[in-house]
Design a protein around this ligand. Structure first.
Ligand code: F6P
Length: 380
């Protein structure tokens, strides 16, 4: 055990995700029971660090939270201390400041030299200046999008896939009854892991990913074929998917946010085009934050508990500024700074795409079967 650790902070950053509470519980219980470390929860991500909002976390505080969705600490995906919006000038221009020093003051007042930061790529990027200033930051990879580099899986992803798969299964029966096309928009900004995995798990006919720009005429041809064969069709589209000749669909832009772009709307666009091109009645469902809410499934509770325990083991070993990862089913850790500004996209020759193409699934690009490359797959 690194001798100096007496107190430890925990922070959850970015969009929430099933399994956050399971990580908080595992970190806090391991810290208290195995190492006798006092644990402090930082509220609402980096916002709580800037505003000095923290609270003690004892065994009682983290008991009974394993199965709960969300995060008992609160989270925030708008705030980056290194580029923080503090208001507007009289001419309306936004004022940006680096408030990292405020975070360091909170940490010093709380006598916290180490923090566990649970988040995605944005959260790790926000934590990097704090780590560079001398605080030991141990990251735990969270996101339903499953797009963090260095780890084959993030917790929360498999719960989101289970939720999306159940929704797609339900859409199947109503599509069948009405002989309709059902389009379901799922999350996945630049990486289509949820669309791909839930699409295959539900037997969807068309899967549209950000990594494979699509051609609407080819999708219409594939739908026509499917309507002739079975009389209905299911399309799953990632929110970040785009036509070959177009851009991602942005639903809102918030200039004051560290993460200003909200995607959304591609489902409706695809559905309207399919209806116009095929003449088949088409409906859209947008799953949205239903994929992020609610209890984690069993495998995510286990993954989150393992990540929390490993984060404490890494901290106790004296290592600095690491992110815990799972690779080939084994837990290890990588340099936290390695993850900043990178995303793990779906390789277009991923074995699951090859398997889906082989059974006739369309990716909207007109390509037929391909030979898969032997890429290790972490989807199950
Ligand atoms: O990053 C995870 C994610 O679920 C994305 O897929 C989605 O674009 C985003 O969060 C939505 O975030 P917000 O909470 O700001 O709506």
């Amino acid at each position: 055990m690194a001798p100096s650790i007496r107190r430890l902070g925990i922070l959850t950053g970015g969009g929430d995700c099933p399994g956050l509470n399971a990580v908080i519980r595992a970190v806090a219980k391991t810290a208290i029971l195995q190492y006798g470390i006092e644990v402090v929860g930082i509220e609402d991500g980096f916002q709580g660090l800037i505003e000095h909002r923290v609270r003690p976390l004892g065994i009682k505080d983290v008991s009974g939270i394993l199965t709960r969705g969300g995060t008992i600490l609160g989270s925030n995906n708008k705030c980056n201390p290194a580029r923080y919006c503090t208001g507007r000038k009289p001419n309306g221009e936004l004022i940006w400041e680096d408030v990292t020093e405020k975070c360091l003051t909170t940490l010093a007042r709380e006598r916290l030299e180490s923090i566990i930061v649970i988040g995605g790529d944005g959260t790790m990027a926000c934590a990097a200046p704090i780590a560079a200033a001398g605080i030991n930051v141990i990251g735990v990879p969270k996101t339903i999008d499953n797009d963090l580099v260095g780890t084959e899986i993030t917790f929360g992803f498999l719960t989101a896939v289970a939720t999306a798969t159940e929704a797609l299964d339900r859409l199947h029966s109503t599509a069948d009854s009405h002989h309709r096309v059902m389009v379901c928009e799922v999350m996945g900004r630049n990486a289509g892991w949820i669309a791909l995995t839930a699409g295959v798990a539900s037997g969807s006919d068309v899967i549209l990913l950000p990594e494979i720009p699509f051609d609407l005429r080819r999708i219409a041809d594939d739908i026509d074929r499917r309507m002739r064969d079975t009389g209905f069709a299911i399309v799953v589209v990632a929110e970040g998917a785009r036509p070959q000749s177009g851009k991602q669909v942005v639903s809102r832009y918030d200039p004051t946010s560290h993460d200003p772009i909200r995607l959304g709307g591609i489902g409706n666009l695809v559905a309207n085009e399919i209806a116009d091109l095929t003449g088949v009645e088409t409906r859209t469902t947008v799953l949205g934050h239903i994929q992020r809410g609610g209890a984690p499934i069993a495998s995510d509770r286990i993954l989150a508990t393992n990540f929390g325990f490993h984060a404490m083991a890494v901290l106790a070993s004296g290592k600095r500024n690491r992110m815990v990862v799972r690779e080939n089913n084994l837990f290890s850790d990588i340099d936290l700074f390695e993850t900043v500004g990178k995303q793990r996209l779906v390789p277009i020759d991923h074995p699951l795409i090859a398997a889906a193409r082989a059974i006739g699934t369309s990716f909207g690009d007109g390509a037929g079967s391909i030979t898969p490359k032997p890429i290790p797959s972490a989807l199950v």
